[in-house]
Design a protein around this ligand. Structure first.
Ligand code: G3P
Ligand code: MG
Length: 242
């Protein structure tokens, strides 16, 4: 069962995105699900960060994919947001899963890597889930704009719940929706109209829209038939969050 609100990159208007502080804050504010972005370090370790580069959200610079894990782990991913979060590290995927499990949160894990890294990221994902995710196939969605990553997930595991992630719907995606046996359709709320939601709803899957920080927009989307929204603010819907 997917929620009406998924905390986008954690409670990312209250704490630095994609850090354990943002994950904890999301849980404290009543979120039941959290989204994060997964990248690979130079040595192939899975870490939680949105951008290809370290520059915007950390004290480091350069490409995540060209930086050693040991270096990444020493960076400060909190000070750019507020001095209150100084020295907050970039989490590993293992830490993210453990912390989410401790707070009983559901997770949307978005794979940010290019198709050339699909095999490695899926190998790392499955290893981490096996060790640190206690819920098996439940309370979990794996998504990616890079659909080759999702193909690889499905090749490796026939049951992991996959969300087809797109900027906007196109009928060309229908065959992939079926071949991947998707659990949800995730796309930008900006691409949606009432007519478009009705069309997508014919596939009879939950529809999740990103990234919505305006309550009126969220309510309009729900009226149209959208199942849930990704929001930087876990408090957006008030008591309706669950
Ligand atoms: O998965 C929804 C959303 O996170 C996709 O966009 O760029 O915020 O990762 P982005
Ligand atoms: Mg994301």
């Amino acid at each position: 069962m997917l929620p009406k609100l998924i905390a986008h990159r954690g409670a990312s208007i209250y704490a630095p995105e994609n850090t354990l502080a943002a994950l904890r804050r999301a849980a404290e504010l009543g979120a039941t699900w959290v989204e994060c972005d997964i990248a690979l370090s130079a040595c192939g370790e899975a870490v939680i960060i949105h951008d290809d580069r370290l520059d915007r959200t950390t004290s480091g610079s350069g490409l995540v994919a060209e930086t050693r894990f040991e270096t990444i782990r020493q960076l400060d991913a909190g000070s750019w947001f507020s001095p209150e979060f100084a020295h907050e590290p970039i989490p590993s995927l293992d830490e993210w899963l453990s912390c989410a499990a401790a707070f009983n949160l559901g997770l949307n894990l978005e794979l940010k890597v290019p198709a050339t890294s699909a095999e490695l990221v899926v190998e790392k994902l499955l290893q981490s889930l096996e060790r640190y995710w206690p819920h098996g196939y439940s309370r979990l969605l794996i998504s990616s704009f890079v659909h080759e990553n999702l193909d690889r997930v499905r090749q490796a595991d026939s049951k992991l719940p996959i969300a087809l992630l797109m900027h906007a719907w196109s009928d060309e995606y229908a065959s992939r929706l079926k071949s991947l046996n998707c659990a949800s359709i995730n796309l930008s709320y900006k691409s949606l109209t009432e007519e478009m939601v009705k069309k997508i709803a014919t596939y009879e899957l939950p529809i999740l829209a990103y990234t919505v920080d305006d309550k009126e927009i969220a309510e309009c989307l729900f009226d149209w038939g959208v199942t849930g929204v990704f929001s930087n603010d876990p408090c957006l819907l008030g008591d309706a969050i669950r």
